[in-house]
Design a protein around this ligand. Sequence first.
Ligand code: SF4
Ligand code: NI
Ligand code: NI
Length: 708
Amino acid sequence: MLINRIFSGNDAVYGLTEKAVNDAVQANGADKAVGFPHTAYCLPCYYAVTGVKIKTLGELKEALGVVKSLMNREETLDNALMSGVATALCAEFIEALKYLDGAEPYQEPCYGHLADSIIRELGVPLVTGDIPGVAVILGSAPTAQEGVDLIKSYQAQGILVTLVGGIIDQAQELGLKMGYNLRIVPLGKDVTSVIHVVSVALRAALIFGNVTPGDAASLISYTAERVPAFVNAFKPVDDVVLAAGAGAIKLGFPVISNETENIEEVPGALIACPNVADFNKVSLEARNIKIKITKVDIPVAFASAFEGEIIRRKDMRVEFDGSRVDCVELVQTKTMDEVEDHKITVVGPEIDTFEPGSKHSLAYLVEVAGKKMQPDFEPVIERKFHNYINCIEGVYHTGQRDMFRIRISNEAYEAGFRAKHFGEVLYTQVKNEFEAVVDKCQVTIFTDPAECTRMRHEVGIPTFDKRDARLETLTDESVDVYYSCILCQAFSPSHVCVVTPERLGLCGAVSWLDAKATNELDPNGPCQVITKERPIDENLGSYEDVDEAVQKFSQGALEHVTLYSIMQDPMTSCGCFECICGIEPFSNGVVIANREYAGMTPLGMTFSEMASMTGGGVQTPGFMGHGKHFISSKKFMKAEGGIERIVWMPKELKDTVAERLNKTAKELYGIDNFTDMIGDETVATDPEVLVAFLTEHNHPALSMDPMM
Ligand code: SF4
Ligand code: NI
Ligand code: NI
């Protein structure tokens, strides 16, 4: 019965797809290009399953035969699940046709296809458990309120929620704020749009997992073991939804539904749950997702889902703006008897007395004490404030140190949020996350302008200057140990980052000090000490100790890794890198692209395409993922000549790194304003124009030895 319904749903979708493809070929010809924007994987699901890239309508038509071959009608559960996969592939074909001719078929609030860069961005939050899972909600809830309550319950847990079908209208009807930044992503109203989340899961396997396209068995075990997704399907579950659900089950994603009549349960995979209010609990159990709960005593919600929330000027009650008035955020190490645990003090007026819409000074000083606390951990703790304060519903934080800006929304103010609650949030989070080094913590919030000025100029700035001076002296040569980071192994099983003072982790989020603190906080955790007592080649940055460590931490997948070369045994990439650089053969240089850059590079590839050249913990000479900060490092591909090799970067990235990069170029080679010699998209996106530009500006790479 269940099996026959899946077959019939699959047949129906296949019939529609066949017709749509034939019509499209008829209308546009077989050579017409087909594909999704901002992905290097063509039709990602079909490519992942079969290893074949579909680029034209003619190829799409041929691929229908392959899909048909998955549709075996002998009544076994496995054939039913494979028919689910066939249904998913059909959905991808139908969706791809919507994008013909560069069309933009999805309008607000719907997203449709999601770019590769979003998947890379999801890497770190998924491995740290910041995003503990991905929910796919499909259909219309019994009432809009029940639907919205379900969405919000996941959002409060940090789960990324994707929506398909009627639930989107229901959410809009009740005015729910949606968007990727709030972790609520409406995909589309047609059931076929569910493929856009499946596509994310399958691309994750290709990007992070080093799964060979076409190796369907590895693909399925990757999604089943490593992608914490599940489906909530509202009744009525018709044959088509059931067939799509079978595809999800094949990938290891359980389907939970309030359809209790025409459905047979499959234990652990297809689960009937009559009451929508129980969906959350049942789903998390079925997918074995554990939620870290932080209870903070404030009058608004506190959850990682609110991290990306933006407060517009018209919605804000007050603003604190370090670029206009004196603001500062600071952690200081004190002795045990100088700190009274959980003491929160506000110095100055509460925000009730502030004119609505006005701008003020704000300073907060977090004093910590603990036997294992070290001043080196102060900036590590401090850098988390951005995340802590952003997790408050209705509060928005950007920047850091004395250049931050905070907005409190009218809604949060009306719910009772006040300046003292910053103290509550900072206290709770610092104690939670740094319990291994922080025994006691007290927070002082300053709203008095004169006190803020004093805190900034007399306490904050001198501390930052001292820390910066310390960072300057932190070089790879000046320290005794490096650290490994294997956090990304949750997705990229053989990937290891070696983190040194001059080379931070490729995600951009783990500096040497961060790794050191992580090691101290959790000695058996992701960051382990790597000694550097047995150097092999200083120029390449190779060490016997490093090789042994990467061998061990990659379970033998890696033998040799150099720290400073992009050509010889380069460091691996997991997939979540901020930037990728690749060799540009005409100029003897390298091109760097950052994740935010969607345009073309002189390599004839976009960021996504360059990024697809490496990842999954594999070494790929000539391509290297790295953090933004690494671009101005004296160790950036030092073995090949260093930053002098950089010939092109997107303009925005160039502007971001200019000051530090120019400083390094001056120090290393005596070049002034090096960034003026580097091309960008406003100068050239093809190699000939680029080389002409470089020649005109006398770029040093042109006269260097060829890299290959
Ligand atoms: Fe992942 Fe490397 Fe960043 Fe660690 S340092 S989180 S392994 S990218
Ligand atoms: Ni000032
Ligand atoms: Ni990663």
